[in-house]
Design a binder for this molecule. Sequence first.
Ligand code: IPE
Ligand code: IPE
Ligand code: MG
Length: 272
Amino acid sequence: MQPLGRSILTNNLSVNMSLKDSINIQRLPRHIAIIMDGNGRWAQDKGEDRLFGHLHGVESVRNIVEGCAELKIDYLTLYAFSTENWDRPAEEVSGLMELLVDTIRNEVPTLNKNNIRLHVIGDISMLPAAARKELQEALEETQLNTGMNLVMALSYSSRWEIIKAVKQIALAVQSGQLAPETISQSVFQQYLSTSEFPDPELMIRTSGEYRISNFLLYQLAYAELHFTTTLWPDFRKENLYEAIIDFQNRERRFGKTAAQLENLPETQNASD
Ligand code: IPE
Ligand code: IPE
Ligand code: MG
């Protein structure tokens, strides 16, 4: 008889391997977006401070960035800090800011090694000057990378982004640069902070909350949504594979009938 520990390990390994093997690499989502939620509850369950949860959440970020890069996902967007999160207790906000910027800074060599380009979306003007500088440096140091695009949503909220876009469009119309009748979905998209990226095809939220919390409201129009009760600090590659397999089992109809789809290529953006 095998010792118990070894057989458990062997079983886990075979489960993980078969999960990854079940992914159809021809039908991967091009862009995955994740609401990384549940750090506070994870820490509190262990009788620890909320910041302890954020600290462990960084391990999950590393693991998932690596997992997505291995699968050759083109775009990964991580919701790290919302505009509304500024209203949390000052101690948590400053601890979290420090952790986020330190992590981004420390990860630059790994990002470069793996050819990953960093992008940031959000109201960066809200960040302390030192943090803005660190962030800017990290963006510049990875800007020539041509592999995966890692988009950090930092001090981000979708309503903030949409209002900013509307103001810029109004100014362009006022100054005569833009004719109102030419405003289409593709023109509007150019004013969003995600203008360089395709819309996410898969959105994952951890921690058992079933809401969007002001994340990419416009861009998620036709994303498949995957919710899991796993808390973010426990989320690992196997959970990512599960989400991708779930995505691959969905029928994406984009408003059409199932019969129509038989003759149509998959498309992610609604036409104008
Ligand atoms: C997600 O975890 C991280 C941020 C929102 C910054 P939370 O801090 O929201 O953790 P919970 O949801 O309170 O458990
Ligand atoms: C959403 O999580 C924001 C991030 C994960 C960065 P929250 O914890 O702030 O969302 P709510 O308050 O539960 O909706
Ligand atoms: Mg939360």
